[in-house]
Design a protein around this ligand. Structure first.
Ligand code: ZN
Length: 242
């Protein structure tokens, strides 16, 4: 079985209600958990949020995670550095990592990329989005048509300050003229990282069958059991991580 942990900040502002609840009654993590378990019988899902022990990134959770899905927006900088470093070490040690939507601005993703991944062009709107398949041979694109469309998504555009991807799997186009490298992969240490753009919290992208297909494919791609003979989780490799 592939042990997937879905981490969503599930930020509760003053009214105590995360913004996504009107669209995702069980949270973004709940919606993703539903389609992953429906679509792939070899996946077991755990969900964590910032309200769990150690922001949801305690050692036991990470030790039992093959692939981590990460969605964040508001709390990007609130997670303490030592916890971010812990997640980074697991990712470098072979835990697959899928960073979703505004997770591009997270400390975790910035650390793993080494650039200011917070920098991109952006409009908070709900215009259509056309997602083009670029890498036809890539396992993450398997089963998808040449492109698919979402009726409403937030606009992201270049320049996106990421290092050159190992694989550029998708590029998104928006009616306002922007284009965006929306599906990218990298190898980091012993692990695999995938970034995927759709998923604004008040829009319905995680109910879209094509978005679900991409995320299911990405879990399979990022899953690397028995990947290596050493681990960045141990103190001995601290110098490499920093
Ligand atoms: Zn957003």
């Amino acid at each position: 079985m592939i042990r997937v942990t879905i981490w969503n900040e599930f930020y509760k502002p003053n009214d105590g209600k995360p913004a996504e609840l009107s669209v995702y009654p069980n949270g973004i993590h709940g919606a993703i958990a539903d389609f992953l378990t429906e679509n792939d019988s070899e996946i077991t899902v755990t969900t964590r949020t910032m309200h769990d022990k150690e922001f949801g990134f305690d050692n036991e959770t990470l030790e039992n995670t093959d692939v981590l899905l990460y969605w964040s927006h508001i709390v990007q900088d609130a997670i303490p550095d030592e916890i971010v470093e812990r997640v980074q070490r697991y990712a470098l040690s072979g835990m697959g990592l899928i960073v979703l939507h505004s997770g591009h601005a997270s400390k975790l993703f910035r650390r793993l990329m080494g650039t200011n991944t917070n920098r991109l062009r952006w409009h908070e709107d709900a215009l259509p989005c056309r997602i083009w398949k670029i890498d036809y041979a890539h396992p993450i694109a398997e089963g998808l048509d040449d492109y698919f469309e979402l009726a409403h998504e937030e606009t992201y555009g270049e320049h996106f300050d990421i290092p050159q991807p190992d694989d550029l799997v998708f590029v998104s186009w928006f009616p306002s003229g922007e284009v965006f490298r929306s599906g990218c992969t990298w190898h980091r240490g012993l692990g695999r990282v995938f970034y995927f753009q759709p998923g604004h919290e008040t829009l319905e992208s995680y109910y879209d069958k094509n978005v679900q297909k991409v995320i299911c494919n990405a879990v399979r791609w990022a899953y690397r059991p028995n990947v290596g003979s050493y681990s960045y989780v141990t103190d001995e490799t601290k110098a490499i991580v920093m």
